[in-house]
Ligand binder design. Structure first.
Ligand code: OKP
Ligand code: ZN
Length: 346
């Protein structure tokens, strides 16, 4: 398996996020990906390669060009407000909800920030654009390697991507790596692409990007949004719209879900993917379903992750795996490497 590694990931380094009325230490830290990298190297799992150059045309088919321009300039605009801002992360404080106007872009940077952000938990830092863009390049490179004949490739990157939509960031995500991989597979000749999102949290960004399309199937196993982030989306009745109706499949699961219950839901997901007759698979691989994850509520064990790898390989499709969440830093390397080894051993 190819591992397309984002060497630029430490340039995105949030220090705080807003949580229940206080700024608390960032949960999405560089050590997450460092631990995975170390464990893969220790085991000799996979072959590490660097990503290719940025394809702005592809980025602009998945994301709004105005949003991309905003992200690229955001840090500079933040510092231009006041030079002391260079010492703190960018976080929004205002949002145009409900009856407010969203069709005007105010001149004020903090006002525009609220147009593009959906939470105050996603710090943007000096290197966030560079790290995110290189991460997107990793996902796209992984997809192109699979198109060129690799049976599987893993984009090892952070920040994650599945909460980022066509024109918004949040949930620690800025660019939707899995969506970019899926679009790269489509552009490279795959007629039908399935995305299977197994992160603990619903991949709202990926769902919305493909919601009205029938060429990309989105299937997600995640914590019920009735109790868990992102709360306002990810319910079972969201089936797609227009020509995309029937091509979005959400399987929300209760807090406390363990390995056997999770595998039962996985079988339903696998059945839907088989019926779709996909030419390629993209997996949004979050390991925050782990029993000791500090921000999540499922009970998967380290051994369960090996089985998950085998089950993914059982779909028997050219596969791009994209790293998403997982916050139990001490075990993240073993859990992620178990998925990849489980995949390879099948
Ligand atoms: C990103 B990914 C914790 C609050 C939770 C957002 C969670 C984003 C998860 N202090 N805030 O899907 O793993
Ligand atoms: Zn997650």
């Amino acid at each position: 398996m190819l591992i397309v590694y984002n060497e630029a990931h430490p340039r995105h380094q949030g220090s705080v996020e807003m949580f229940r009325g206080a700024l608390v230490p960032s949960v999405e830290v560089p050590a997450r990906v460092e631990r995975v990298r170390e464990e893969l190297l220790r085991r000799g799992t996979g072959r590490f390669v660097a990503p290719g150059a940025t394809d702005m045309a592809l980025l602009s088919r998945v994301h709004d060009p105005r949003y991309l321009a905003f992200l690229r300039q955001a840090w500079n605009e933040w510092v231009a407000l006041d030079p002391v801002n260079a010492g703190s992360d960018v976080l929004p404080s205002y949002w145009p909800i409900k009856a407010f106007r969203r069709d005007v872009e105010p001149q004020s940077f903090v006002a525009r920030l609220g147009l593009y952000a959906f939470d105050a938990g996603t710090p943007l830092t000096a290197g966030s654009w560079d790290a995110s863009r290189e991460g997107a390049n990793c996902a796209i490179t992984a997809a192109r390697q699979v198109l060129a004949g690799e049976s599987a490739a893993f984009a090892l990157t952070r920040p994650p991507g599945h909460h980022a939509g066509r024109d918004y960031f949040g949930g620690y995500c800025f660019l939707n790596n899995a969506a970019l991989a899926a679009q790269a597979l489509r552009d490279g000749g795959a007629q039908r692409v399935a995305i299977l999102d197994i992160d603990y949290h619903h991949g709202n960004g990926t769902q919305t990007i493909f919601y009205d399309r029938s060429d990309v199937l989105f299937v997600s196993l995640h914590a019920d949004p009735y109790t868990d982030y992102p709360y306002y989306i990810g319910y079972a009745d969201e089936a797609g719209s227009g020509p995309g109706r029937g091509f979005n499949f959400n399987l929300p699961l209760p807090r406390g879900t363990d390995g056997p219950c999770w595998r039962q839901a996985f079988q339903a997901a696998a059945t839907r993917i088989r019926a779709f007759r996909a030419d390629a698979l993209v997996v949004s691989l979050g390991v925050d379903t782990y029993e000791r994850d500090p921000i999540s509520g499922f009970r998967l064990t380290t051994a369960d992750f090996s089985r998950i790898g085998g089950a993914l390989a059982g779909l028997a499709l050219p596969t791009v795996l994209v790293f998403e969440g997982g916050y139990a830093v001490e075990d993240i390397g073993v859990n992620t490497a178990n998925v990849l080894d489980g995949f390879l051993q099948r």
